[in-house]
Design a protein around this ligand. Structure first.
Ligand code: OAD
Length: 260
């Protein structure tokens, strides 16, 4: 990042991003745990994050689940209870507002919560699965289950097998369906209505620890997008961005989305 870019005042950066968003037709959004932080949903790698308190190898791997499904499910059940009590914050609401303004907004989230949908966003792809879906590894059955707390511990499939959270764990491949949705979007835009051009790519509240997240942002840039990173911390992806807005998503999004 050039000196000019780092020293530019927050006000000036906000003004540029506001202008880009106002003029944009096609906006891609990449979100991570930070977008839900102000709703009270914990992040993973920050100082008070989940992976600082819990060893992911004990809670987020297929091996951990097969060894002790009840231990893993109790952990997810507690997270489900936290998420059901949480409300979308201004960041989620402003993204939904952009869509209401007639823009094509395509959200790729790493989050397993449903706060984007509850805020009103329509096109949301969950790259890491959903905490509200249960999957049977024996017959592939997937069910939506919103009980919090769960009435059955651990939950079982009608075939008798214990069901797992339909969430991507460490060491697992990304599911094909969201990848296919992203491919379709990158080729044709939302609902096949686009040209493949992306005007602005907002990257919100993610450490971007995975290569595929960085690749997605690079792809957006190659297809015309201005990259805007929103995060109190300067991440590697933030360094690559055209503009890095240092701060909380729930405070900054209302300052860049036109609210008329
Ligand atoms: P991380 O916990 O790694 O990063 C959260 C990011 O959000 C950090 O860069 C914070 O600085 C930033 N942040 C915190 N509060 C914020 C706020 N109010 N506004 C904006 N940003 C804020 O979470 P992810 O990058 O989402 O996978 O992690 C990716 C994946 O790793 C997760 O989906 C999860 C985890 O293992 C699964 O559970 C499958």
């Amino acid at each position: 990042m050039s000196d000019e870019k780092t020293t530019e005042s927050l006000e000036a950066k906000l003004a540029s991003v506001r202008e880009w968003l106002n003029a944009a037709q096609n906006v891609m959004v990449i979100t991570g745990a930070g977008v839900s932080a102000e709703s009270g949903v914990p992040t993973f790698r920050t100082t008070d994050g989940l992976w600082r308190q819990f060893n992911p190898m004990e809670y987020a791997t297929p091996e951990a689940f097969h060894q002790d499904p009840v231990k893993v499910w109790k952990w997810y059940d507690a997270r489900r209870q936290g998420i059901v009590a949480a409300q979308p914050n201004p960041a989620h609401l402003m993204l939904a507002r952009l869509e209401e303004q007639g823009k094509q907004v395509f959200i790729v989230t790493q989050n397993v919560d449903d706060l984007h949908e509850r805020a009103g966003s329509k096109m949301v792809v969950h790259l890491h699965g959903s905490i509200w879906r249960l999957r049977c590894e024996r017959d592939g059955n997937i069910v939506e289950n919103r009980e919090a707390p769960l009435s059955e511990m651990p939950p079982t499939c009608f075939c008798g097998e214990v069901m797992r959270p339909d969430i991507v764990w460490f060491g697992e491949e990304l599911p094909w369906r969201p990848l296919q949705q992203i491919d379709e979007y990158l080729m044709e835009g939302v609902g096949g209505q686009g040209s493949g051009r992306i005007d602005v790519c907002l990257i919100i509240g993610t450490e971007a620890s995975f290569g595929y997240i960085i690749e997605l942002a690079v792809h957006a840039r190659e297809h015309g997008a201005k990259l805007v990173d929103i995060n109190p911390r300067l991440t590697d992806l933030g360094r690559m961005a055209d503009v890095q807005l240092a701060g909380k998503a729930g405070e900054l999004l209302p300052r860049i989305v036109n609210r008329e």
